[in-house]
Write a protein that binds this ligand. Structure first.
Ligand code: FAD
Length: 317
């Protein structure tokens, strides 16, 4: 491959890793297309509207040591710090999905496009990917910016897993499940903020007090790992009613609304040290995200920044 030819890059996943990679590759050398099964972008940087306000229901905030200084320089106009909190934590006053939305606003994104199969290209393109409606997209480079189990499933369904030297490495990556309760209470924000969570709650945050516009009284309660594990498959109504009773008995919260969000893969418990995984079949194929670079949000970001530097600098691409 030569540097003067435009390469088409297909990135599956619009979480922070996919979007950061797309943003960094943007320019004359790479034509980038992003795909996500969801109707929005951001993956685990997730915000949900409710009435006038919003709940952040994925990662609660971004910590300073999760961002490299050069990345911070690009993001600082999009984020604000949570008032009166030490050490500092960053959020977006429109909700955390504002960050990936802004970062990707000039990208070509196919939303509600679940990729179900990858094929090796026969003629002009190295890769062909197919969605559930049998739409086909072609490209020269393929990047899986997904949680490892989803990348594993896609590769194995496509008959490619065993042909990649790193295919089995994906099984070394582990995630914890997370149940997250999204509620509305009549309690004042201040009293909610002052709650010291006891198990099974690990964090209870009032989105308004955190700094999300018009979201006072809309709280996000993060359940701990053992509760999340034990209750993950139970019917929603039963879990909601158990969490309601706990919030009521412990904190005397008067609930107007409560619903549940289940994350089967939330944060990494075990990740690879590799910055990204690289393979070559009919064309180059990469795996990035929080499964790499020691995991977490920091790892997801580091992984995508590392791949972008590699693709931009390596003579072959
Ligand atoms: C509740 C919660 C709390 C967390 N707390 C912390 C924390 O305290 N500290 C920390 O470091 N990290 C935390 N995390 C993890 C952090 O959010 C992630 O590490 C990071 O956001 C991962 O980004 P990513 O781009 O690698 O993956 P993702 O954000 O998961 O992006 C992957 C995207 O791929 C899409 N996708 C999947 N399969 C397909 C397919 N077949 N076709 C098309 N699209 C597909 C998904 O819809 C998703 O948008 C938390 C996560 C959650 C959910």
């Amino acid at each position: 491959m030569t540097k003067d030819k435009t390469r088409t890059v297909l990135i599956i996943g619009t979480g922070i890793s996919g979007i950061t990679l797309a943003e960094k590759l943007a320019g004359p050398r790479f034509k980038v297309f992003l795909f996500d099964k969801s109707s929005g972008v951001g993956g685990r940087l997730a915000t949900r509207r409710f009435e006038e306000g919003k709940w952040d229901h994925g990662i609660p905030w971004i910590e300073p040591d999760q961002i490299k200084p050069e990345q911070w320089a690009l993001w600082k106009h999009l984020l604000v710090s949570v008032p009166d909190l030490s050490p500092k934590r960053f959020i977006a006053s429109e909700g955390l999905t504002f960050l990936p939305k802004k970062l990707s606003e000039h990208q070509v994104i196919h939303k509600q496009t679940k990729i179900i199969e990858i094929k090796e290209g026969q003629k002009k393109s190295a890769w062909v990917i197919l969605d559930e409606k049998q739409n086909q997209f072609e490209g020269d480079l393929l990047v899986l910016a997904l949680p490892a189990p989803q990348a594993f499933e896609l590769l194995s369904r496509s008959g490619l897993l065993m042909r990649l030297s790193w295919g089995s490495k994906l099984t070394e990556i582990e995630y914890r499940p997370h149940l997250v309760a999204l509620g509305k209470t009549t309690a004042s924000s201040t009293s909610l903020w002052e709650l010291t969570p006891q198990p099974p709650f690990e964090l209870i945050l009032d989105n308004g007090r955190k700094g999300v516009h018009k979201s006072a009284g809309l709280f996000t309660a993060y359940l701990d790992e053992s509760f999340s594990q034990e209750n993950f498959e139970r019917p929603e109504q039963q879990v909601v009613s158990e969490i309601s009773s706990l919030l009521n008995d412990r904190y005397q919260l008067q609930l107007e609304h409560l619903e549940l969000k289940r994350w089967r893969y939330s944060r990494t418990k075990k990740a690879l040290k590799d910055l990204f995984l690289e393979g070559l079949l009919s064309g180059p194929i990469f795996f990035i995200g929080d499964g790499c670079a020691n995991g977490g949000f920091r790892g997801a970001l580091l992984s995508s920044c590392s791949l972008s530097e590699y693709l931009i600098d390596a003579p072959g691409f």
